[in-house]
Design a protein around this ligand. Structure first.
Ligand code: FBP
Length: 252
């Protein structure tokens, strides 16, 4: 069994995700400071269990700052400049090139149900093999993308995608919030690996904290949050992470 203790506490986790420069591009975040060092400092102050970066950002941080938290490298990517129906998460970084970086885990996305699902599943198999060789946990972002679904947040699609992640051997699964405690409980019930929740687009702080509470009550093991944290000012972002951490660890 892969050891995930370096990136979890009591089996729970809070990660700060910052792979959005690839996924969504800088202009979606006009007016927000997208310096990776700023985000890593927020993550440290917010006491997260790891920060998720692409390799270029991670190397920039390591060369110009001394990060004190676990670094998780996102090794697949796609841009949103490609039409949605043609988006595929390709391997953009090979785990072998990361050995000098002292990383704690690898993260990869699979769009379950997409026209390119077969290629992403094949990539996932290659990454699993490499992670095993390097003794690194593999965090799978399993997101539904199917023409058969009305929405990518549809419980059937999310539960299916998360289940695929368990079946094919991700150590931790991350997927979308399905909108309610009851529906997300079904996602968790059908998983036998720790399930984390993506934060999604920015919403009011109070509403977001309610989602965190509900997700944890539904049986989630944690969060990998991005926009809802670093789209806020530094102080507010740090406070929010600390509140999330308490809820996730059951200290509130
Ligand atoms: P957020 O909390 O900002 O949603 O980040 C989680 C995440 O999985 C990121 O790692 C990723 O860039 C983004 O969501 C992808 O979201 P979407 O699939 O909706 O484009």
């Amino acid at each position: 069994m892969t050891d995930i203790s370096k990136i979890t506490e009591k089996g729970k986790f809070l990660f700060l995700a910052f792979d959005h420069g690839v996924e969504h591009g800088p202009f979606e975040y006009e007016g927000i400071n997208l310096d990776p060092i700023r985000v890593v400092k927020i993550a440290e102050e917010g006491r997260v269990n790891g920060v998720i970066l692409h390799v270029g950002a991670a190397r920039y941080v390591v060369e110009n700052y001394n990060p004190k938290i676990p670094i998780i490298i996102k090794v697949t990517g796609k841009t949103s400049l490609v039409p949605e129906e043609r988006q595929i998460q390709e391997i953009v970084t090979y785990p072998e090139e990361l050995v000098d970086l002292k990383i704690s885990a690898i993260a990869a996305t699979v769009y379950v149900g997409s026209d390119y699902e077969h290629l992403m599943l094949k990539n996932f198999a290659k990454l699993k093999k490499k992670c095993k060789e390097l003794d690194l946990p593999l965090i799978g972002f399993f997101y539904p993308r199917s023409r058969k679904l009305i929405s990518k947040y549809d419980i059937k699609g999310v539960a299916y995608a998360a289940r695929v992640g368990c079946e094919i051997g991700a150590d931790i699964i991350k997927t979308y919030w399905t909108g309610s405690k009851e529906s997300f409980a079904k996602v968790v019930k059908n998983c036998f690996k720790p399930v984390g929740v993506a934060g999604g687009p920015l919403v009011r702080k109070e509403n977001f904290l309610r989602i965190v509470e509900e997700a944890m009550e539904a049986g989630a093991s944690g969060f990998a949050v991005g926009r809802n944290v670093w789209e806020r000012g530094d102080k507010e972002a740090i406070e929010l992470l600390r509140k999330m951490k308490k809820i996730i660890m059951g200290e509130e």
